[in-house]
Design a protein. Structure first.
Length: 301
C-alpha cells in the first residue's frame, strides 16, 4: 500500500479510482465492512482503491472540549488499511483551513482532481466539507456514491463511541468484539521505580505518545509484542497505591528472556480484566497477589 501525507505531492497516473473516505478511528468491524466493499468494487473494475483519512479526529479542531480520546494510533490504522487491500492511503491534516473548505471545493480539487474518482464508498454517518455539506445526498448529485448501512452485531451498532465506552469501563472483551481484535496499547518502555524488579516481577512501564483512550484501572491478561518476540503479560493499569499517586501502564512479561527493553517500542494487547486495583497493607501481600495474578494470566491465555 502506498501512503501519502497530504495531496500536494500526489500526482496520480491512474485514470480513475474508487475512493473511500472516513475518520476510521480504530478501524473497527463497521469500518472494515466499508473498506472491504470499496476494495472489492475497485478490484472488480480493475481500479485502485484510494482511501483518505485524517491525522486527527475532526473534533480536535471543531470542538476541542468534546474531542474524544483516540482508539488507535495512525500507524496501527494504516496497517489495517493495508491488510484490507487498500491501494493508496492519503492522510490529510485536519486543520482550520481544511475545516473551512467547502464540500464543492474539496470534491473538485481533491476527490476529482487528485484522486480521479469514478465512485465513492462511505459509511452512513460520514459527511465532509464546511458545516458537513458533503452529505451522501449531495455526493449523489455529483458522482456515483455508495453508502453502507450501520454494521450491527447481535442488534448492537458497532461504533467508535461504543468501543471507547467499553474500554473506559474495563470491558475490553466487549471492545474486542466490536474491533474484531484485542484492544491495543502502543508505547515506549521507560524506567520506573523498579519495585517490581525488587519483588521478583520486573515490569515494562509504558509511555504513550498520543491521547489514547485508557482502560479502567485494574489488572488485565494480555500479550506484549516486543523486538524479541511476543509474550503473555499481566498488565496493570492505574495509580500505584503502594508506591505513589501516578497513573501508569505496566506489564510483567511471562517467560521473558530478560533482554533490556528500555527505550524500545512495544505493543500491549489487552484481552480480559482479572481484577480491580486495590491497596495492599504490605509489600509482601502485594508480592503474593502479583504471583496470583501471573498464575491467573497464565491460565486464561
Amino acid at each position: 500500500m502506498h501512503v501519502h501525507f497530504g495531496v500536494d505531492l500526489l500526482e496520480p497516473e491512474w485514470r480513475e479510482s474508487v475512493v473511500c473516505i472516513g475518520t476510521f478511528d480504530g478501524v473497527h468491524l463497521g469500518h472494515q465492512e466499508v473498506i472491504r466493499h470499496a476494495v472489492s468494487r475497485a478490484r472488480a473494475e480493475g481500479l485502485p482503491c484510494v482511501l483518505t483519512t485524517f491525522d486527527r479526529h475532526p473534533a480536535a479542531i471543531l470542538a476541542p472540549e468534546r474531542c474524544p480520546p483516540t482508539i488507535a494510533s495512525l500507524q496501527s490504522n494504516l496497517g489495517h488499511f493495508e491488510k484490507l487491500g487498500v491501494s493508496v492511503a492519503v492522510v490529510l491534516t485536519f486543520d482550520r483551513a481544511l475545516s473551512q473548505t467547502s464540500a464543492k471545493e474539496f470534491f473538485e480539487h481533491v476527490i476529482k482532481l487528485k484522486f480521479h474518482a469514478r465512485a465513492i464508498v462511505l459509511g452512513h454517518d460520514f459527511a465532509f466539507g464546511k458545516n458537513r455539506q458533503g452529505t451522501p445526498a449531495w455526493l449523489r448529485e455529483h458522482i456515483e456514491t455508495e453508502v453502507l448501512p450501520p454494521f450491527e452485531i447481535g442488534g448492537v451498532r458497532v461504533s467508535s463511541s461504543a468501543i471507547r465506552r467499553a474500554v473506559q469501563d474495563g470491558r475490553v472483551e466487549d471492545a474486542a468484539a466490536l474491533l474484531g481484535r484485542p484492544f491495543e496499547i502502543p508505547g515506549i518502555v521507560v524506567a520506573g521505580h523498579r519495585l517490581g524488579r525488587e519483588l521478583g516481577y520486573p515490569t515494562a512501564n509504558l509511555a504513550r505518545s498520543f491521547n489514547q483512550v485508557t482502560p479502567a484501572d485494574g489488572v488485565y491478561a494480555g500479550e506484549c509484542e516486543t523486538a524479541f518476540g511476543r509474550f503473555s503479560a499481566a498488565i496493570s493499569i492505574g495509580v500505584r497505591p503502594n508506591i505513589d499517586a501516578l497513573r501508569t501502564i505496566e506489564a510483567f512479561l511471562i517467560d521473558y528472556p530478560g533482554n533490556e527493553l528500555y527505550g524500545t517500542a512495544v505493543r500491549l494487547f489487552v484481552d480480559n480484566r482479572i481484577r480491580e486495583q486495590r491497596l495492599f497493607p504490605t509489600l509482601e501481600e502485594l508480592k503474593h497477589q502479583m504471583a496470583l495474578d501471573v498464575a491467573q494470566v497464565s491460565r486464561s491465555l
